[in-house]
Write a protein that binds this ligand. Structure first.
Ligand SMILES: CC(C)(COP(=O)(O)OP(=O)(O)OC[C@H]1O[C@@H](n2cnc3c(N)ncnc32)[C@H](O)[C@@H]1OP(=O)(O)O)[C@@H](O)C(=O)NCCC(=O)NCCS
Length: 167
């Protein structure tokens, strides 16, 4: 299938973006994770955005970037402590159009530029194939409890290529 033009732009997170990102987060979990987590699990996961002030603070406390497609915010990603990919969420409307790839490419470059040699992620089951296709290796299976629901994830790691750093 023909792929649309690459995301129009990547930019840093601004506090005013928080409500739009909370919506993307909820809709991404609700729709794109539906094959891997049941309704109760998705509701527990999506509830992380219920306290929008705390959600905004979490985004502001990390290196968070935003991708736009067709003039609208289409997804976001955040890197915590220089090496941990904390969040990566794409709006269902924009899925499979290269937004997630553009975000992760940019965060990998930023991490490399700041001296990181490795990047890790607790990948959801919905995103595991996406990360595997991008060179992330599974290390450990995890379970985390959210509001009484148990959600599986996989710690995956990628060694950042030193040659790519010079590009
Ligand atoms: C995972 C996610 C970020 C991918 O975003 P995306 O913008 O759709 O990804 P891209 O379009 O850049 O995909 C690039 C490639 O990754 C792979 N890929 C992406 N999503 C995939 C999926 N659900 N299953 C298998 N492979 C996938 C494919 O190889 C794809 O290329 P293709 O479309 O040409 O086949 C998005 O599906 C999402 O937000 N998921 C729900 C939230 C989530 O689980 N986030 C991760 C938390 S750790």
């Amino acid at each position: 299938m023909a792929r649309a033009a690459p995301p129009a732009g990547l930019r840093p997170f601004l506090p005013a973006d928080a409500p739009a990102l909370a919506t993307i987060f909820r809709e991404s979990v609700e729709t794109l994770a539906a094959d891997d987590y049941d309704e109760d699990q998705r509701a527990a996961w999506a509830a992380a955005a219920d306290d929008e002030a705390a959600f905004a603070q979490k985004l502001a406390g990390a290196l968070t970037i935003i991708a736009s497609l067709d003039g609208e915010i289409a997804g976001f990603a955040s890197l915590r402590d220089g090496t941990l990919l904390d969040m990566l969420y794409v709006h269902p409307r924009a899925a499979r159009r290269g937004v997630g790839s553009a975000l992760i490419d940019a965060l990998e470059k930023l991490a490399r530029g700041r001296g990181a040699r490795e990047i890790s992620v607790d990948a959801s089951d919905a995103a595991r194939d996406f990360f595997a296709a991008r060179g992330y290796i599974p290390h450990q299976r995890n379970l985390r409890e959210l509001r009484g629901e148990w959600l599986g994830a996989t710690t995956m790691k990628k060694t950042l290529d030193e040659k790519a750093q010079q590009r």
